[in-house]
Design a protein around this ligand. Structure first.
Ligand code: NAD
Ligand code: 89V
Length: 343
């Protein structure tokens, strides 16, 4: 495979996972990094042996010498950096949340499409081993046509120590974590026509909502619930597992805590362990997420080399992002929101 050269912008908390994963990806590596914080630039540059270091993304693009850019900054800079990449004809990966608003996200998709450039959102949760296992069982037809689902992420894990900005925004769990769970619901049960949502803030030390319950009407007639919480104190902390229940015309699927998959079909029930691999650089309990970072980046390298749309291309991610906006709108108004009308 031809070796693709990449540049990474944003050397913060999560980018360290991305840098580790790029070292494992076949066919791509990072040759330049950028962060406006000199300390983060130094730490990541030294840790991964990257000589080309920039404090200004515009300077890095002007120097060029890379085939794609991996944008790992927080959401405020995503639109400007994707537009900068498009202006320099550089394919881009952009971390979730894709943008601050759906209008921004649409503009980002448009500018890359007009320039004929691949754009992928780093929406990695659907690439987790247990989620891929559920998708495979569903596609095999073992449970028939799914008509109901629940996608649940309930935790009391302290995410604020690693990512202090999560405590400061007006919006929290739907925008940061629920976005992944909504994407999984779409990935498994298909696109969504309408939704209703209710939210709560339980933790008094944060600004945004830390609990959300969302009811989805999928276009294929299935109904699902996405429920997310960072205010759930449980006997065994499940972070960062997404638990799934699916009922179909011929059987059911249960993905339960501890990465246990139970599939009931016409010929009985099969139980399997769908635990993620603990990569050499990964650490529990994050290894599930860390493995999916490697998987999505490998997918990007392969598609960029061979051509073809990525699973979480910008255009696809608009449909996930619309669910986030719709959930906040519904929670504010108490009304069901027509998602298709937003796209
Ligand atoms: P962070 O604040 O730790 O790191 C962001 C870095 O970007 C900082 O070092 C900052 O100085 C730098 N930066 C910001 N704007 C810049 C600009 N214009 N030019 C150069 N550098 C700039 O944040 P984080 O926790 O690493 O999160 C980054 C992104 O990753 C967020 O969008 C977050 O939602 C996402 N994230 C994704 C996952 C996942 O599983 N997909 C997990 C955690 C975080
Ligand atoms: O995946 C994320 O976006 C993270 C976390 C899992 C902590 O919510 O912010």
């Amino acid at each position: 495979m031809t070796e693709l050269n990449g540049a990474l912008i944003g050397c913060g908390f999560f980018a360290v996972n991305q840098m580790h994963a790029w070292q494992d990806v076949a066919g791509a590596s990072i040759v330049a990094i950028c962060d406006r914080d000199p300390e983060r630039l130094r730490i990541v540059g030294d840790q991964f042996g990257i000589g080309r270091r920039y404090s200004d993304a515009a300077e890095m693009f002007a120097d060029g010498g890379f085939d794609f850019v991996d944008i790992a900054t927080t959401v405020q800079s995503h639109r400007a950096l994707v537009e900068m990449a498009a202006a320099h004809k550089v394919p881009a990966i952009c971390q979730k949340p894709f943008a601050k608003t759906l209008d921004d996200a649409k503009a980002m998709v448009k500018v890359c499409a007009e320039a004929g450039l691949p754009l992928m959102v780093h929406e990695n949760f659907r690439w987790q081993t247990p989620i891929q296992a559920v998708k495979k069982v569903l596609e095999a037809g073992t449970i028939g046509q799914p008509f109901w689902g629940r996608f649940s992420f309930r935790s009391g894990y302290d995410v604020f120590s690693g990512q202090p900005y999560l405590a400061e925004g007006e919006r929290f769990i739907i925008e940061d974590l629920g976005i992944h769970t909504l994407d999984i619901a779409r990935y498994i049960l298909g696109d969504v026509a309408a939704l209703s949502a209710r939210t709560k803030r339980v933790n008094p030390r944060i600004k945004g909502e830390d609990v959300a319950t969302i009811l989805l009407d999928h276009e294929n007639g299935a109904t699902s619930i996405v429920d997310v919480s960072y205010a759930s104190k449980l006997s065994t902390e499940p972070f960062p597992e997404t638990l799934i229940e699916l009922d179909g015309t011929e059987g059911s699927i249960r993905l339960s805590q501890g990465y246990k998959l139970e599939v009931t079909g016409k010929s009985g029930t099969e139980v399997s362990d769908v635990s993620p691999t603990l990569l050499s650089w990964a650490s529990r309990p994050w290894h599930n997420i860390q493995e999916s970072v490697y998987a999505i980046q490998q997918h990007w390298a392969e598609r960029l080399a061979a051509g073809g749309e990525t699973s979480t291309a910008g255009a696809d991610n608009l449909k996930t992002f619309a669910l986030v906006e719709a959930a906040y709108d519904s929670a504010a108004s108490g009304q069901t929101v027509d998602v298709k009308a937003m796209l």
